[in-house]
Design a binder for this molecule. Sequence first.
Ligand code: HEM
Length: 185
Amino acid sequence: MTNLAYFRGGCSGPWRIVSVEAVRGETLPCAERLEIVSCAVAEPAHPVEASSWTLKGVAGHARYATRRELDMLGATQAPLGRGEATCAALIPIRKSQGWWTLAQDERRIIFEETSHHTAIGTAYLPAVARRLHHCRDLGEPFDFLTWFEFAPEHAAAFDALVAALRATPEWGYVEREVDIRLAWD
Ligand code: HEM
């Protein structure tokens, strides 16, 4: 399996956990640091008990974006790992059964034509770098692990972005969301 990423909250890792906010539903146990392990084949050999929690997801292909949107994103978005992007957010999200019983075309209409998710997000590129991981079909407690990196001067803009998205009809289908903020220090 490719592009499998493990997010481990515990007492080690390069990212310091600054805050954990349960936006909707149950929170996650406390942890001081986050380690991200990307793995091509199987679960890495680190002892699981060293983690307070481990979430895994696959950074796979896009489901909803049109050709035009993908081209625009490809031309505008920044890569992860920029030296100045010392702030990050890990926002695991689970959507409701009502969302998943919709057809693909119905979900796309809510996601973009009604909620303007990509259009809203595009205004924050390239300041915010992003990666979306899917995990619903891995039997995980969340459906998505969303990961963002930005410089400290864009932290307020990132807050405005998440507030704008949370006010959309799409977020009416979110039944669990934990907002974890991190710093590279
Ligand atoms: C999915 C863009 C910020 C949560 C997507 C997709 C795009 C996108 C294009 C669809 C991928 C596909 O075709 O499958 C952006 C841009 C952002 C941004 C440009 C600006 C930085 C955010 C933020 C959150 C978020 C801040 C969380 C608070 C999600 C989730 C999905 C998603 C959960 C999966 C939706 C689903 O498949 O049902 N985003 N996004 N995004 N994004 Fe964002």
